[in-house]
Design a binder for this molecule. Sequence first.
Ligand code: 5GP
Ligand code: ZN
Length: 160
Amino acid sequence: MPLPRTRHATLDDVTAASYAPAMACIFCKIVGGEIAAEVVAKEPRVTAFLDVQPLADGHVLVVPAAHVACIEELEPADADALFRVVARLAGPVRKAVGAAGTTVGVNNGEATGQTIPHVHVHIVPRWPDDGAGSIHTIFPRGERRPLADVGAAIRRAKGG
Ligand code: 5GP
Ligand code: ZN
């Protein structure tokens, strides 16, 4: 039986006019210093600050200065700088709160539950038995297409 096909959000959807422009964006205002935040790292291309409603003590958001909604839209230099800061902060964040690990994640597009349309990487400290699951726990189990088909489709989509 063929699997039901659902329409997935496209880049055009996530950058649609309904998405907040930079002027109204809370994260742009934090990057620009117009709105206060507990900043833990600041570079020309990247700012990191504490989430105002932390999922755990030490929950950090790492954001590019560039106002783009999803990671596909990042310029390579912004993407590089963003992940460098994530990698550099993961250890200090963990150490500062005595965590055993961190879950690092991005809600990438409105359909994923992203509430602020400005790219942000969550770094959330974790402890054994903290009651939260792994990334795998957010997805229901289900039938999937053959890996070879999906792999070929992705290689085609990226142009080889
Ligand atoms: P998302 O659901 O878009 O991946 O995550 C957005 C995050 O931004 C949420 O965890 C939320 O608590 C955080 N957030 C929303 N508004 C503010 C704010 O004004 N300041 C700070 N520091 N965090 C915010
Ligand atoms: Zn913004």
